[in-house]
Each structure stands twice: as C-alpha cells, then as structure tokens.
Design a binder for this molecule. Structure first.
Ligand SMILES: Cc1cc2nc3c(=O)[nH]c(=O)nc-3n(C[C@H](O)[C@H](O)[C@H](O)COP(=O)(O)OP(=O)(O)OC[C@H]3O[C@@H](n4cnc5c(N)ncnc54)[C@H](O)[C@@H]3O)c2cc1C
Length: 385
C-alpha cells in the first residue's frame, strides 16, 4: 500500500526458506514490493517431510497457501512413543474435535505452496543471489558487491545467517550434541503392523530414535536420530545393520532405507535482539530449536506473518520491529525451551524411560496436558482450524 507520498514500500529478504517466503508473501499481500534472494541455484528443497501444527496451519490459511500445501497431506490419528520393545509408552490423540491439529506434508509441497503465493503476489525471487550482510539503515549486501536499499531488510538465511552475523546480533549458538538423518522413501505395507500404518510413531532404543512419519499417500518420512558422537549411526548412507540391531522390530522398514538422507545437528540459537534499525532476522537464524516438537518451521511461519503485520503500515519501522520482537519472542522462547527439554530423555536408560513415559502416558489427559504446556495451548482450546 502506498504511504503518504504514494511510494510503495520495499523489502529485501535473504533466504527462500519457510521464514523468508512467509514474510515475503505476507508483505506483498500488504502492498509492499518484495525481492527474495536465495543463495541456491534453484528453489528445490531437500527430500523430507515436515510436521505442521495448528499454529502453522492458521498462517498458511491466512497467506492463501493452505489448500495447495495440504492437498496431499497425511492426517494421522495418533502420535505415539514406543520403547525398545515396541511397547507404547505414550499415545496422544490428534485431529479429532478438541485435539490439536497436526498434519504432515512433504517439505517440497510446503515450499512450493509458499512460492506460488509469493509469485501470485508479485514477489521477485532471485536464485543464485547470495546475501553477505545487511546494514541497519535497511541495505542488503550481496556477494556480487551489489547494495540493495530498502525500507526493510530481513535475514531469513537459516542457521548460519550471514545477515545476523554482519549485524552482530548473536547472543549464543548451542550445539545439543544430537541430530538426525532424514530421508523420504515410498510407503509400503509391512513396515509396521497394519493397525499402525497411519500413525506417527517415535521409537526409542538406547540413545537412538527412529521417527516413523507417513507424509503423503505415497511417501514415508523417516528420521534417524542419534548423538553427534555416535559416528556409526550418523553415517550417510544409513548403516542398515546397525539400525536393525537397535530396532529389530523395524527390520523390514530399515531394510528399505535407501542411500539418500542428510544429517543435521540440533542447535539452539538466541540473539541479543531480533533487529537492528531496519534490519530483522527471522526463523532459524534468530531462534533455531531442536525439532522434538516439530515447531521450528511453525515459529518461522508465525513470526514471519507477525513481522509483516507489525511493519505493514508502521510510520516507524525500527520501532515496529522492536514491538514485533516484544510480542513474539516470549512464545518462541517458551517453545525453544520446551523443545530442548524433550531431548533430556535421550540418554536415560531404556527401562527408566519406559517406566516414566508409561506412567505419564497412562492418562491421555495427562499426555494431552503435557503437550498443551509444551505448545503453550490454553487448556480446553479446541484446536480445529
Ligand atoms: C531434523 C529436523 C526436523 C525438523 N522437523 C520439523 C518439523 O517437523 N516441523 C517444523 O515446523 N520444523 C521442523 N524443523 C525445523 C525447520 O526445518 C526450521 O525451523 C525451518 O526450516 C527454518 O526455516 P528458515 O526459513 O528459518 O531457514 P531454512 O529453511 O534453513 O531456509 C534458509 C534459506 O536461506 C538460504 N540461504 C542461506 N544462506 C543464504 C545467504 N547467505 N543468502 C541467501 N540465501 C541464503 C538457504 O539456501 C535456504 O533456502 C526440523 C529441523 C530439523 C533439523
């Protein structure tokens, strides 16, 4: 929308991930001219699934990306955790009236839906365009030496954010000593019992986990999680013999692992502040968290649309960015802390973990309550969208 002198406001965004595309789509819907700079030569995402909770789904709806993003989604009936003997420890019902909404989709589908909304809104997306920094006056600096002045610069350039570092915003970056290999393989009968086929199931064994996630009608998303010093387990391609030894009850699934996959370490990022002048940082660059709650992308979606709403008509952009941070940061940090706590049990002995989770999981009410506390959902909220 035009401001007093009818000049359209302009944003320069580094990174075409979930955060960058969300803020780009939301700003263009509010009348801004937006350019997104993506370092990669194309807009393809790597092959994995992603969990999206009610909060993220609401943002997709508000952006107009929901229908495309969820067209082939998997909507599971339960999220379960199982012990080393394949016994259910906790069972969390989802997607029924009064439950949280939780769906899974392919990352590629999510990204594509956001790109299409951006393009329909006139956002320019430049690939092979690398940001190397930003200045608080609202200038984005590119690797080819170009300087791009704007009303707003957003560093949505991921966990190693060059924009963040150029602005000296990092408070700390904590490596959690754990991580995951993610891969997508075709779905098949026989991976798990037929009654379990559509569930989301996290299997524990020692310090390793396998997350079983149907992510569409045809694709299964598998995450193999282990300590960062468990060198044999973190190797890609995944060592099928090793994973079968840890999870004999998943032998037929493990036998179908292919040689693809990517290892990512889990980290927490905290900033001194999320903006400086007219330059803001968003997503993993600002508030990375381990993925145990599946909320890193959810927070990028929420904070992306929140940022656009905060600055849209604001007469003073630096002040609007400070107000945005004051509003969003407490919930984001709550989610980071709760996510980190979910990793505490990685190193518990199997028997202890099994006992504790079986007790907390005995009451669905308690399990739901634990989830709602973790996700900061007010008790009694009907989470349908
Ligand atoms: C194992 C694992 C599982 C996860 N599961 C979930 C889940 O189920 N649900 C969920 O909500 N979240 C999940 N997350 C977290 C989620 O993936 C991230 O929080 C989310 O992708 C962050 O989005 P982003 O846009 O900040 O960063 P990214 O997705 O990393 O995007 C950054 C983009 O910027 C580009 N870029 C980088 N540097 C530059 C540069 N200098 N110039 C220009 N472009 C640049 C990159 O190429 C990339 O396209 C998971 C994370 C991990 C590690």
């Amino acid at each position: 929308m035009a401001k007093g002198n009818d000049r359209r406001r302009r944003a320069e965004i580094a990174g075409a991930g979930i955060g960058g595309l969300t803020v780009a789509a939301a700003l263009s819907a509010r009348g801004w001219d937006v350019t997104v700079h993506e370092r990669a030569p194309d807009l393809r995402t790597f092959g994995a699934g992603i969990y999206i909770w009610s909060n993220g789904l609401r943002v997709l709806k508000a952006l107009g990306a929901y229908d495309e993003a969820t067209a082939d989604a998997h909507v599971g009936p339960l999220f379960e955790t199982r012990d080393h003997d394949n016994k259910i420890m906790e069972e969390i019902p989802i997607n029924r009236p009064g439950n949280a909404r939780l769906i899974t989709i392919l990352r590629e589908t999510l990204t594509r839906s956001l790109i299409n909304v951006c393009r329909a809104g006139g956002v320019e997306i430049r690939t092979a365009s690398e940001a190397v920094g930003a200045a608080p006056d609202g200038t984005l600096l590119l690797a080819d030496g170009t300087q791009r002045p704007a009303d707003l610069v957003v560093g949505a350039d991921g966990i190693n954010s060059a924009v963040r570092d150029s602005l000296d915003l990092l408070m700390y970056r904590k490596h959690l000593g754990y991580g995951a290999i993610r891969m997508l393989i075709p779905r098949a009968d026989g991976d798990v019992a037929s009654a379990d086929r559509d569930k989301y199931i996290e299997h524990f064994s020692g310090s390793r986990r396998i997350l079983y996630t149907p992510a569409s009608a045809t694709e299964l998303y598998v995450a193999l999680c282990c300590a960062s010093d468990d060198e044999a387990a973190m190797a890609v391609p995944a060592d099928r013999e090793l994973w079968t030894d840890s999870f004999p009850h998943l032998a037929s699934l493990v036998a179908r692992f292919d040689d693809s996959g990517r290892w990512d370490a889990f980290e927490v990022v905290k900033l001194k502040r999320w903006s400086k002048g007219r330059a803001a940082v968003l997503g993993d660059g600002a508030h990375a968290m381990p993925p145990y709650l599946g909320q890193g992308g959810g927070c990028a979606l929420m904070n992306g649309i929140g940022l656009a709403a905060a600055v849209a008509d604001a007469p003073d952009i630096p002040a609007a960015l400070e107000a945005w941070e004051a509003r969003e940061r407490p919930l984001t940090e709550h989610t980071q802390e709760q996510s980190e706590r979910q990793g505490d049990m990685n190193y518990w002995p199997d028997a202890l973990r099994s006992q504790v989770l079986t007790i907390t999981g005995r009451s669905r009410e308690l399990a739901m309550q634990r989830l709602k506390t973790a996700l900061h959902v007010p008790t009694g909220t009907a989470e349908a969208i």
